[in-house]
Design a protein around this ligand. Structure first.
Ligand code: ASP
Length: 326
């Protein structure tokens, strides 16, 4: 993997390499605008390498512990694929109920155990702040793969990389986030991340009980990014460059009756999308339930399946960075 400033995609060269070596990735707040450009540059290189050679030995001999306390399909398998494409190997712990955690082991103890065997730990956990607790206990890098309703930084990085690859820019965009903005951790991370770019406008469309948390809106406002809240998509869809659709997070509701009230609040289908621009992108972190009709999947603006592939390259980049190889 080239890492010098002679590569146009890697304008920061070895400084950035040293900066990220051994680091935890807990929140998008850790990433400056330069860091984001660096990640996207490395991810772009990874894409080229996968297309050319498939698998290569950048992380040969390195081991990733993939520790998932909550269900996952894409995040867990894309970290596995990322590590294996880079020549490394993976300890998969997906069914935490079959591990020592079911015997009452604390998160810090599990982390201290895994770092005896692995060089990097990817953690998904139902509690907000758990990734930071794990990182404190660990000497090896910990990557947050979703901490409850808190953050999902690697998803936001891949979302932004998707926008960059699909629309060719991260500046001058109207981004509309739709659905469960209260419990959806991916939108918390993405709103924060996009606030680093210029001429961004954020629209939040949600039912009243699923509005974007004030804490996130305050942070975004501090960056001078205009934000507006709506209950209907109609008025904002025509101006939208990126429509980011989310699933209503059933598992986070205290009262199932509340979930029933809002579960079908919005459905994106070809008819609704007639009002949108011809050149724009529809993203979704997936899994989808009913919020995007399958009838829309063949539309060129439907970027959510390509988004998963971009995620592989971003996660390859992040693993290489924290292990000192990018
Ligand atoms: N896969 C994403 C997450 O883990 C989105 C979702 O579950 O709705 O947050």
């Amino acid at each position: 993997m080239p890492t010098t400033s002679s590569n146009p995609h890697l304008p920061f060269g070895e400084n950035k390499q040293a900066e990220w070596y051994g680091k935890d990735i807990i929140s998008v707040k850790q990433f400056s605008r330069n860091d984001l450009e660096y990640v996207f540059g490395v991810a772009h290189e990874m894409r080229g390498m996968v297309e050319r050679v498939g698998t290569f030995d950048l992380l040969k001999g390195k081991i990733l512990a993939n520790l998932f306390y909550e269900p996952s399909t894409r995040t867990s398998s894309s970290f596995t694929a990322a590590m294996e494409r880079l020549g490394g190997s993976v300890i998969p712990i997906n069914e935490v109920k079959y591990s020592s955690v079911s015997k009452g082991e604390s998160l810090p103890d599990t982390i201290r155990t895994l770092e005896c065997y692995a060089d990097v730990i990817v953690l998904r956990h139902p509690e907000t702040g758990s990734a930071a607790i794990a990182a404190k206990a660990a000497k090896k890098p910990v990557i947050n793969a979703g901490d409850g309703v808190g953050e999902h930084p690697t998803q936001a990085l891949l979302d932004a990389f998707t926008i960059m690859e699909e629309l060719g820019r991260l500046n001058t965009l109207t981004v509309t986030m739709l659905g469960d903005l209260k419990y959806g951790r991916t939108v918390h991370s993405l709103a924060r991340l996009l606030s680093q770019f210029s001429n961004i406008r954020l629209n939040y469309v949600s039912p009243e009980i699923l509005k974007m948390p004030k804490e996130v809106m305050d942070e975004v406002a501090e960056k001078g990014v205009p934000q507006a809240e709506f209950s209907s998509l109609e008025n904002v869809l025509p101006e939208t460059d990126v429509l980011y659709v989310t699933r209503v997070q059933k598992e986070r509701f205290e009262d199932p009756a509340d979930y029933e009230k809002v579960k079908s609040a919005y459905v994106i289908d070809p008819e609704v999308m007639k009002a949108a621009k011809k050149e724009m992108a529809v993203l979704h972190p997936l899994p989808r339930v009913t919020e995007i009709s399958m009838d829309f999947d063949d539309d060129p603006r439907a970027a959510y399946f390509r988004q998963m592939e971009y995620g592989l390259y971003v996660r390859m980049a992040l693993l290489a960075m924290v292990l000192g190889k990018a």
